[in-house]
Structure formats: structure tokens, C-alpha cells
Design a protein around this ligand. Structure first.
Ligand code: NAI
Ligand code: MG
Length: 359
């Protein structure tokens, strides 16, 4: 099978970990007899430097003409003084919107070997296997108006806007995932305060009728934040709006001990998907060969499974990652007792070798 993959490394550690995705794909291609044609383009700060805009037309065109997209991370102190409409992060929001990537999926498994590096007790952290489904192209991040007002610019407004269609399509996606997993869906909202949440809840209840095999419950976002720490094992699939999903998924990511472990997928209605780690560009460790490339490599596995329908190939990557961790190798962020600390390059090499060897 021949597939064209766009790789957008972005900024900071994005550039270091992107090579992990490329190496993993090369190993998968060799072992399973596929050809992955990798094409690179700039996004974020790198694109501001090269083209004067965080999402150049050429990058968008490449993304649209590819079978799937891998993205590293964007942003960094170099561009912090720019107004928000011109910052690297704007490139990310723009590509999500342009490609209609409304469904953001963040699987949070427990990595048995990493349970000890979780801030939670092992018996709580070891019991986790959830999928957070976050709405990605609506809500506060995109609602207009979003501006400063008043004579002294000292009044501000942001708008939380959703249409029925936007809520329906993400809710249906979440039900489909719940059906294929443990059959439990938790919808998170703030229906005691927000009108948007009241409609969200109505729609979840309507769609529940089409999925009798899925058990549904509703939870306020503040309660959900608490439960993610006290009893994360109770969740199977969580569905929520853009801002709540952003915050809860970062919180949930810490159950596994490091942001550097968690992949994400962002899907459109047409099936085109963009895959990226949950973390950012980590300017504090960029260029030091310290970044954990596993979130990027696991994002590549999700891409193979969800966009290219190469399940076996994706699982081969996931097994290789587990095997390297089980043998006690980790990057400095993981703080596993008695482990061998390796740099980004060596971690990529270890995983790649194990993909080739079929561990
Ligand atoms: P961050 O996720 O970049 O870093 C938070 C902390 O986690 C840092 O101490 C960092 O060293 C560590 N970390 C993150 N990923 C790691 C990895 N793979 N291996 C080892 N350690 C890792 O978040 P922060 O510092 O808030 O933001 C830095 C920049 O990234 C900002 O410009 C921000 O806007 C941008 N950002 C971009 C995102 C994206 O491209 N999707 C998402 C989040 C932030
Ligand atoms: Mg975030």
C-alpha cells in the first residue's frame, strides 16, 4: 500500500520528535511492505519565520492532498510578544478549522511500567483506560465576538457558541467509540450554569435512544475534574466541549505520569485525520535531546489505525513502545525507579528496532 503523509514538525521539541514518527513509519513500511511517502512543511513559529504566517497556503495544500497528517508542536518564547492573532498557536487553530477537524480523541491507557511515576497511588493509576472525546472546532475558541472593548480597552468578551449540528456530530462520534469499547459514556458539561450545556445535555439524551447498548451519565465539569483524580478508573469514554476537553485532558494526562506519553487524533467528517502529541513545544528542554518522543510515536500508531486502517501495523508500534518501557528504558521526564535514562535519539532507535523485530 502506498500512502502520502504530511509531516509538520513545528517548533521546539516538535522538530526532534518528528524524526521519531518518520523512523517508526520507515520500520513499519519495511516490515509490512508499505510505502509511506513523507512530505514536510512548516507550521507555527517555523512558518512565521519562513513565510510570515503561522499557516502558509502551501502547508494547508499539502495537508489537504495527503492521506493523513502528523504534527509535532508549535509555539515558543521567540514569538510570545506577537498579538494572539499572529502567534504560532493560531496556525494550529487555523489548520483544525480549515480541515474541519471537529473530533479530538485522547486515549489515556495506563502503562503498567509507568504507574510508579504517576502522582496518584498505584492502585488508582493502574486501573485507567479511558478515551476523551473533545469537540475541537467550536465553543469559546472560535465564537465571535472575541475582543477588547470600551474606551480604555478594559472590557473583554469571548463567546461560547455551538450549533445543534456541531454538538450532534461529536456526540454521535463519542457514542460510536463507546459502543466499540466498554459501552459507558460520560458527558461532561456545566448545565447548571450555561445555556450551551443545557442544549448539549438535551442532544446527548436524544442520541442515547439510538445506542441502547451504551450507558450514559452526565457530570458537571467541576465534579469531573475531581473524579479524574479520585477514581479515574470509573471512566470509559468522556465527551465534552472544546475548553472543558482541553483542561480535563491535560489533567487526565498526568495520571500516566508524563505529558510526553500521550498521543491524540483529530478527525474530520471526510475521514482526513491529523495526529499529534498532547503536549506542546517544551521550550525549556528543546534542543537538548531530552524530549520524550513516545507521544509522537504513539500518535503515528493512531494514524495507522484510524486514518489508514492498518490496525496490525499500529499495534506493532504500540507493542514496541510497551516493550522498551518494560525493559526499563525511559526519557528523563518519566522518573521510573531503577530505569535506564536515554535521550530522544536513543529512545527513537530502541522503538524502531523493536518494530522491525516484531517484539
Ligand atoms: P508544554 O507541553 O510544551 O510543556 C509543559 C511541561 O512538560 C514542560 O516542562 C515540558 O518540558 C514538559 N514536556 C512536554 N512535552 C514533553 C516531552 N515530549 N518530553 C518531555 N517533557 C515534556 O506546555 P507549555 O510549556 O505550557 O507550552 C510551551 C509552548 O507550547 C507554548 O508556546 C504553548 O503555547 C505551546 N503549546 C503547543 C501545543 C501544541 O502544539 N499542540 C499544545 C500546548 C502548548
Ligand atoms: Mg492543552
Amino acid at each position: 500500500m502506498k500512502k502520502k503523509i504530511a509531516i509538520l514538525p513545528g517548533d521546539g521539541i516538535g522538530r526532534e520528535i518528528a524524526s521519531g514518527a518518520a523512523s517508526a513509519l520507515e520500520a513499519v513500511g519495511k516490515r509490512f511492505g508499505h510505502e509511506f511517502e513523507l512530505e514536510y512543511a512548516n507550521i507555527g513559529g517555523a512558518a512565521i519565520d519562513s513565510d510570515g504566517t503561522p499557516l502558509p497556503d502551501s502547508t494547508l495544500a499539502l495537508a489537504k492532498s495527503s492521506d493523513a497528517i502528523l504534527l509535532g508542536a508549535v509555539g515558543g518564547p521567540k514569538w510570545d510578544s506577537l498579538p494572539s492573532a499572529e502567534r504560532p498557536e493560531r496556525g494550529l487553530l487555523a489548520i483544525r478549522k480549515e480541515l474541519g477537524l471537529f473530533a479530538n480523541l485522547r486515549p489515556i491507557p495506563s502503562f503498567q511500567k509507568l504507574v510508579q511515576s504517576s502522582p496518584l497511588k498505584p492502585e488508582i493509576a493502574g486501573n485507567v483506560n479511558m478515551l476523551i472525546v473533545r469537540e475541537l472546532t467550536g465553543g469559546l475558541y472560535f465564537g465571535k465576538p472575541s475582543e477588547r472593548r470600551g474606551e480604555n480597552n478594559d472590557v473583554v468578551v469571548d463567546t461560547l457558541l455551538y450549533t445543534r449540528e456541531e454538538i450532534e456530530r461529536i456526540v454521535v462520534k463519542a457514542f460510536e467509540f463507546a459502543k466499540s469499547r466498554d459501552g459507558r459514556l460520560t458527558s461532561v458539561d456545566k448545565a447548571n450554569v450555561l445555556e450551551s450545556s443545557r442544549m448539549w445535555r438535551e442532544i446527548v439524551n436524544e442520541k442515547a435512544a439510538d445506542y441502547p447498548e451504551v450507558t450514559v451519565d452526565h457530570m458537571y465539569v467541576d465534579a469531573a475534574a475531581m473524579k479524574l483524580i479520585s477514581s479515574p478508573g470509573q471512566f470509559d469514554v468522556i465527551v465534552t466541549e472544546n475548553l472543558f476537553g482541553d483542561i480535563l485532558s491535560d489533567e487526565a494526562s498526568m495520571i500516566t505520569g508524563s505529558l510526553g506519553m500521550l498521543p491524540s487524533a483529530s478527525l474530520s467528517e471526510s475521514g482526513l485525520g491529523l495526529y499529534e502529541p498532547v503536549h506542546g513545544s517544551a521550550p525549556d528542554i528543546a534542543g537538548q535531546n531530552k524530549a520524550n518522543p513516545l507521544a509522537m510515536i504513539l500518535s503515528t500508531a493512531l494514524m495507522l489505525k484510524y486514518s489508514l486502517h492498518l490496525r496490525e501495523e499500529g499495534e506493532a508500534i504500540e507493542r514496541a513502545v510497551q516493550s522498551v518501557l518494560n525493559d526499563g528504558f525511559c526519557t528523563p521526564d518519566l522518573q521510573m525507579e531503577g530505569s535506564t535514562i536515554v535521550g530522544t535519539d536513543q529512545m527513537i532507535k530502541l522503538v524502531t528496532e523493536r518494530i522491525a523485530d516484531d517484539v
